[in-house]
Design a binder for this molecule. Structure first.
Ligand code: HAM
Length: 418
């Protein structure tokens, strides 16, 4: 066999590519209605944008980044996510000086060197949104409701899990209490969690290992450590979600795998996904701008895996409508074949989806091809049709056929389209 695509990457062929286009159009329409505008940033950044932004202790920075040194000696990294690059761009271009609130969205490829499995790739795609500049709970609720509405619109069953990871102070107090608890049950924890207990104790809570889950059953809850404004913020986000009829589950184990979060953290999961059950996740990240060298700026956002979304759609047997040629022209001899070819191009120029046989196949094989392409109409022309300037038009959907004068074809298809 010749070359293969790199492990954990995929080629997307039709008709799957039609499903992608359809999905992207739906996402863009939602974003547009909510006032989010698209941002496109480079595929790679200085490594420190991610190392500082996401946090040195995280799995992403610690083991999953595609980092390389370019010929100029700079350390660069293929983006594993978009929140840090969006914030880097927002700061670099002083967007905050022109507007107190910026809503941005993106759709694009991300790269993480994880062990590939169902729903987990090394090049995968996310759509996401970032709402930068405001600290109000309405911003959190807007982002969560928009994400939830997109899943609902696509008929994707989803469960929203939500928690607060507190602010720096309450998190420090919680960390100490949690560490104390974990040390008490250390002998029951997995080796990985025993190590994490010292470096990043909150991540022990979201370990999937049954022994870790059992050992941490009685662990203290972050919500009990929230103080004053942070608690009020969380309660207000929940009240807004209630008012918007967005259902949620409070999940005390939800901590998210990126270090930039503060206050609200949330995830959407689907039980159709198996082990990799996260459809998407997000939260507030009020400290990120400062970590990237800017002034303190509140922000909240969300990102979703597109492959996972399509996986759920596929499991449910949802059909994303393919993009089909509407009219298929077939010429049965040399002269009519040229006529069919010219008509195909002419109709395309007039905005109709048109196709014809370029392989000089038999009539039977060409009809099969028209069916394969799901053509709605087949226009058949031979010697006698050329002489009478009248085509036989088959409506493949209805199973009917009629004779239409060449001059009337454009009008006929225009009428059939409406
Ligand atoms: P994340 O939870 O790391 O968050 O990723 C978001 C989603 O991307 C996941 O829930 C999952 O659906 C998808 N995903 C992640 N890794 C893979 C993979 N290897 N293969 C397939 N899909 C994957 C973030 O990336 C944050 N930037 C989200 C955010 C935006 N927070 C605030 N704003």
């Amino acid at each position: 066999m010749a070359y293969q695509s790199v492990k954990g990457t995929r080629d997307i062929f039709p008709p799957e590519s039609s499903a992608w286009i359809h999905l992207e159009q739906r996402i863009r329409a939602h974003m547009d209605r909510a006032g989010y505008e698209e941002i496109r940033t480079p595929m790679f950044e200085d490594t420190s944008v991610f190392a500082r932004g996401i946090g040195e202790e995280t799995d992403i920075v610690g083991k999953e980044m595609y980092t390389f040194t370019d010929k100029g000696g700079s350390s660069l990294t293929l983006r594993p996510e978009m929140t840090a690059p969006v914030m880097r761009a927002w700061l670099q271009h002083s967007i905050g000086e022109r507007a107190m609130h910026t809503r941005l969205y993106y759709i694009g490829a991300m790269f993480r060197q994880e062990r590939p499995q169902a729903g987990r790739f090394r090049q995968f795609h996310q759509f996401g949104m970032e709402s930068i500049g405001l600290a109000t709970p309405e911003c959190d609720a807007e982002v969560i409701a928009l994400a939830s509405d997109i899943y609902s619109d696509l008929a994707i069953p989803h469960v929203l899990k939500i928690n607060s990871v507190g602010d720096t102070e309450s998190r420090r107090a919680y960390r100490t209490a949690l560490q104390e608890f974990l040390r008490g049950v250390a002998d029951r924890l997995s080796a990985e969690s025993q190590r994490r207990m010292e470096t990043n104790p909150m991540r022990v809570l979201d370990s999937k290992a049954p022994q870790d889950r059992e050992a941490t059953d009685g662990a203290p809850h972050m919500l009990d450590f929230l103080e004053g404004d942070t608690r009020a913020h969380f309660d207000r986000v929940l009240a807004l979600l209630d008012a918007l009829k967005v259902s949620y589950m409070i999940d005390h184990r939800l901590v998210r795998g990126l270090d930039y979060y503060s206050r609200t953290a949330f995830e959407f999961v689907s039980d159709a996904l198996g082990a990799q059950d996260a459809l998407g996740g997000g939260g507030r990240y009020d400290g990120l701008a400062e970590k990237l060298g800017g002034r303190s700026t509140p922000a909240v956002g969300f990102a979703a895996g597109i492959e996972r979304l399509l996986l759920v759609l596929e499991k449910q047997g949802h059909n994303v409508p393919p993009i089909v040629p509407t009219v298929f022209f077939i010429g049965m001899d040399e002269a009519s074949r040229q006529w069919a070819f010219e008509q195909t191009i002419a109709f395309r120029r007039d905005g109709v989806r048109a196709s014809c046989d370029l392989a000089r196949r038999s009539l039977k094989a060409t009809m099969r091809e028209a069916n394969r392409q799901q053509a709605r109409f087949v226009v058949l022309v031979g010697e006698s049709e050329m002489a009478s300037r009248t085509a036989t038009v088959k409506d493949m959907g209805q199973g009917t056929q009629e004779s239409i004068a060449f001059d009337a074809l454009a009008g006929y298809f225009a009428r059939m389209h409406t």
